[in-house]
Structure formats: structure tokens, C-alpha cells
Design a binder for this molecule. Structure first.
Ligand SMILES: NC(=O)C1=CN([C@@H]2O[C@H](COP(=O)(O)OP(=O)(O)OC[C@H]3O[C@@H](n4cnc5c(N)ncnc54)[C@H](OP(=O)(O)O)[C@@H]3O)[C@@H](O)[C@H]2O)C=CC1
Ligand SMILES: O=C(O)[C@@H]1CCC=N1
Length: 268
């Protein structure tokens, strides 16, 4: 990896987060990373804060790179891919698409004979804590090790068949927003029972970190961990039962399924 350059096309929410994570990881030097955008002033902060190259010239950036990450909105994806297909087909750069709802076949229809990987990360990639799902086309598989090496530096990585990509999009990528909404709701509850807004948020963030680490580091399931907290006749079970009466788990499951239906419509 040390000698390769990466271009990120589309320095928006996710593209900028990927650039930040890459620099923080130390896997590449900032000068090996180029971020492009339609308007340079919108990504000037990346040059100022993390020292990566910035440009509006997609073709030049691609020609100077071996790995190209495309992070534009689905609505402009096809136009963009048609604009950049020539240098990609000539140079055989590895193309990593984080665009949701655009299948490998759609990418291959435009980019003939190019190694293609679909990656579905979340914005915690900026701090190397993403959950990233990866699917490869046949040529992309030749680059599996180096692509996994990159995303392993940026959090946890899961290789999945592309048929699971809609599910991974909802749970891994949208899921960080679901978790943050839980955090906000918990902290609002905290304020109502007497903690300051600052205290509430600090507590809510730390309980989520603690809960995550318990599961990730111990390899256990949430339910036995919940059992350890629920004292008979106690406070926790009173709160949990009220939450469940109000549809807590059910609303989360339905929300996830609803997002899945939406992405399946896009991918069909
Ligand atoms: N945000 C997230 O958490 C996640 C997003 N994704 C996917 O990643 C993609 C990007 O999402 P997100 O970062 O939120 O979107 P943003 O709109 O924040 O970022 C996309 C950026 O690409 C720029 N852009 C558009 N056209 C071009 C072009 N031709 N050349 C260079 N840059 C261009 C846009 O500029 P302008 O605004 O001026 O149009 C914008 O700054 C989407 O396809 C999304 O589905 C996947 C997983 C998680
Ligand atoms: O909301 C969206 O459509 C994108 C895809 C995954 C996360 N954000």
C-alpha cells in the first residue's frame, strides 16, 4: 500500500470522512491522497486540516492514482462514471464504489474490464471505527487483500455476497444514525430526570460505548448482558418493560426493515 495513491471522487460527508480516516490510520501519507469535488472551496478544509491534495479535476486525479473511491450521490453516479470511464478502462485502476443502490453489474455495464469493489462503510470511518461491508467483482477479487487491508485500518470489515449489500447498507451505514438517535433520546430522558444536557449526553455516549465493547470484546449476546443488569423487582426491568410496551424493539426492527424495502426498490 505504501507506494499507492488513492483518489476519492466526491468530498462530501462520506468522502471527507474516508480521507480523514485514511490520514489518521497512517496507512498512506496525506500527499498520496487526493479528494475531488465540483467546488474546491467546499473541500479546502481537508487540505488545511489533514494535508491531502484537493482538486476539481477528476481525470487528472485518477491518472495519478492506483485506487479510486467514488463517493458521489446515487443521482449523479451514472453521469460521473461515464465521465471517468476512459482513464479507468485504460489504467485498470481499482474502483471502489461506496454509492448506495448501484450494483456491481450497473458499474460493470459502464466500466468494462475494471476491477470493481462495492464498499458500504459509515461515517465513523473518519475515526477508524467504521463497520464496512465489501463485495467484489471477479477482477476486483484479485485486489481483495489490499482492499481489505485498507478498510481493516478504518474499522471492522465484513466480506459479503452482493445479495446482502442492501441489508448491510441499512444496518452498517444507516445504522450509525439509528444509534445516534438512541443516544439523543436517552439523553433527553436523562434531562427530564434531572441531569444537565451536558451530563446526559456524556452518560448516554459512554453507556453506548460500554455496551458495544461488552459485546465486541467478550463475544457475548446482548440478552445475557441485560440479564446481569435486571435485578428482580428492580428499576431496569421496570424501565425496559415500559419501553417494550411502547414498541421500542419493534420500532427499531420495523425501521430497519423499512429502510431495506426502500433500498431494494432502488436496486431492483
Ligand atoms: N453519508 C453516509 O453516511 C453514507 C453515504 N453512502 C453513499 O455515499 C455517497 C456519498 O454520500 P454523501 O457523502 O453523504 O453525499 P454528499 O452529497 O455529501 O457528497 C458527495 C459529494 O460529491 C460531489 N460531487 C458531485 N458530482 C461530482 C463530480 N462530478 N466530481 C466530483 N465531486 C462531485 C458533491 O458536490 P455537490 O454537493 O456540489 O453536488 C458532494 O460534495 C452516496 O452515494 C451515498 O449513498 C454510503 C454509506 C454511508
Ligand atoms: O441515507 C442514505 O441513503 C445513505 C446510504 C447509507 C447511508 N446513507
Amino acid at each position: 500500500m505504501n507506494s499507492k495513491n488513492i483518489t476519492i471522487i466526491g468530498g462530501g460527508n462520506l468522502g471527507s470522512s474516508i480521507a480523514k480516516g485514511l490520514v489518521q490510520s497512517g496507512l498512506l501519507k496525506p500527499e498520496q491522497i487526493t479528494v475531488t469535488n465540483l467546488e474546491l472551496h467546499l473541500i479546502q478544509h481537508l487540505k488545511d486540516e489533514i494535508g491531502v491534495n484537493i482538486t476539481t479535476n477528476n481525470l487528472e486525479a485518477i491518472n495519478n492514482s492506483q485506487i479510486v473511491i467514488v463517493a458521489v450521490k446515487p443521482t449523479v453516479a451514472r453521469i460521473l462514471l461515464n465521465e471517468i470511464k476512459e482513464p479507468l478502462q485504460k489504467g485498470k485502476q481499482v474502483l471502489i464504489s461506496v454509492i448506495s443502490g448501484i450494483k456491481i453489474q450497473d458499474l460493470e455495464d459502464i466500466l468494462v474490464d475494471v476491477p470493481v469493489i462495492r464498499a458500504m462503510p459509515n461515517t465513523a470511518i473518519a475515526i477508524q471505527e467504521s463497520m464496512t461491508a465489501l463485495s467484489f467483482n471477479e477482477k476486483g477479487l484479485e485486489h481483495k487483500d489490499e482492499v481489505v487491508e485498507i478498510f481493516d485500518q478504518l474499522g471492522a470489515t465484513m466480506i459479503i455476497p452482493e445479495s446482502q449489500m442492501p441489508a448491510a447498507t441499512v444496518l452498517a451505514s444507516c445504522g450509525i444514525a439509528f444509534a445516534l438517535r438512541f443516544m439523543r433520546a436517552a439523553s433527553q430522558g436523562g434531562i427530564e430526570i434531572g441531569l444537565s444536557s451536558k451530563q446526559s449526553l456524556e452518560v448516554a455516549a459512554q453507556i453506548m460505548k460500554g455496551a458495544s465493547k461488552l459485546i465486541i470484546e467478550n463475544g457475548t449476546h446482548p440478552e445475557p448482558e441485560i440479564d446481569k443488569v435486571t435485578t428482580p423487582l428492580g428499576v431496569t426491568i421496570k424501565s425496559l418493560n415500559k419501553m417494550e410496551h411502547e414498541g421500542f424493539s419493534s420500532s427499531l426492527v420495523q425501521g430497519v426493515v423499512s429502510g431495506h424495502k426502500k433500498i431494494l426498490e432502488t436496486e431492483s
